[in-house]
Design a protein. Structure first.
Length: 409
């Protein structure tokens, strides 16, 4: 739905008077914003347009004075403020570095000063919701609207010497992914904040025109695509793989103080630093002797699987998908359905793990990875570079006595 259409929908459907159902709808706009913030905090890549109408409606509600009358609304608003505080805490180091970059390079710091002024007036408005805070927000918005700041950062990013991300990568001799991601998150969050403020202002200040919001959204999308282009030269899909081939066994031999979950989480943290966008599965399971309740089938084992056997009280593997990122949604849905169907399989009590695996392989796609993980309560699976797919580029589920994992090729 276009922003302008959503705006008309809200105005037409806005609850009136003291009707109980209408009063409940005042609160309903806040929950989707909190959910979006949780997504953004975890991924750094929230869907901007999804929250526009809800934030706009929030501004309308505060402007109407409902926060002074409805306790339920106040309670939900406090939850939102806490979530926004969490975002502010996470983004603060980046904003501080951004201001330092402008100062060190003798560039105008006005962009950050105006931005922080807008942020403060927004926070005051959400926390106090009184006439003074609304007037303060109106004055800050009138002085500098978010679109002006979006244009300013867009202009800074056009040139290598005024682009904080490119300058930081040039100075970083190791070209660390953490350096790149720090600035990517800072830039995207700056734009996210601007879009939030503009959407809120449209409701609070009764701005019918949606052009500013649409332009901020457009610039955000353009900058996101540009960041992807800046990132491409750093990817080397073999260097990191060879590195982990050489060190995974030693990792488990030297981390016996950790449990399976801690090891899986630690490996995920380390692999997220690698310069690769390849989808990865990490699995850590209790030590299993040959022929035990653990089975791996991988067509291209040498190129796509790193396996550790009976080391540090564990069995473990890392699997990488080479082609799944190019697949359409129907391919993922088909694998999910196959795994669910395997949940209906009944294994005989005398069947070995290999025999059970043979039955499973008849039911699922097998041109990537198929893993049967016994002792499912101790097996820990983690996804790296899975995007918004919670179970990564493939699927897993529980079948009789095992966790079944199917990874796409």
């Amino acid at each position: 739905m276009a922003i302008s259409e959503a705006n008309d929908k809200i105005t037409a459907e806005a609850p009136k008077g003291s009707d109980k159902r209408g009063a409940l709808r005042y609160t309903d706009c806040i929950k989707p914003i909190i959910e979006n913030l949780e997504t953004y905090l975890s991924s750094g890549d929230g869907p901007y347009d999804d929250i526009s109408r809800h934030v706009h409606e929030l501004g309308l509600n505060i402007q109407s004075g409902i926060s002074q009358m409805l306790q339920d609304f106040c309670d939900e608003l406090k939850k939102l403020v806490l979530k926004l505080d969490e975002l502010d805490e996470k983004s603060a180091p980046g904003y501080q570095e951004f201001k330092k970059f402008l100062t060190d390079n003798q560039l105008s710091v006005e962009i950050m000063e105006d931005f922080l002024c807008l942020k403060k007036s927004l926070n005051d408005c959400l926390k106090l919701s009184d006439d003074a805070s609304i007037d303060g927000f109106r004055a800050a918005y009138k002085r500098t609207c978010p679109l002006t700041l979006a244009c300013s950062i867009s202009n800074l990013l056009k040139y290598e010497f005024t682009n904080p991300l490119l300058v930081a990568m040039e100075k970083d001799l190791k070209k660390l992914k953490t350096t790149f991601k720090f600035w990517e998150y800072t830039i995207k969050t700056f734009l996210w904040d601007l879009f939030f403020i503009e959407s809120f202002a449209r409701g609070l200040l009764n701005i019918r025109e949606t052009w500013n919001s649409e332009q901020i959204l457009k610039k955000s999308e353009q900058i996101s695509k540009q960041i992807e282009k800046w990132e491409e030269p750093y990817f080397d899909n073999e260097t990191y793989w060879e590195e982990w081939k050489n060190k995974l066994t030693n990792y488990f031999a030297t981390h016996t103080n950790m449990n399976n979950e801690q090891k899986a989480d630690d490996l995920k943290k380390e692999l997220r630093k690698a310069w690769t966008n390849e989808p990865l599965y990490i699995c850590v399971i209790n030590e299993v002797k040959s022929g035990g309740d653990f089975y791996l089938y991988c067509v291209n084992r040498d190129a796509q699987l790193i396996e550790v056997k009976e080391t540090g009280k564990c069995n473990a593997f890392i699997y990488r998908s080479r082609n799944a990122r190019k697949m359409v949604d129907s391919g993922f849905k088909a694998v999910e359905d196959e795994v669910k169907q395997c949940g209906k399989l009944k294994f005989g009590t005398e069947m070995t793990t290999e025999q059970k695996a043979s039955e499973v392989l008849k039911q699922v796609r097998s041109d990537g990875l198929v893993a049967l993980l016994g002792n499912w309560s101790t097996s820990k699976l983690r996804v790296v570079n899975g995007g918004k797919r919670e179970k990564g580029h493939g699927h897993w589920g529980y079948i009789q006595g095992y966790t079944l994992l199917v990874g796409l090729p």
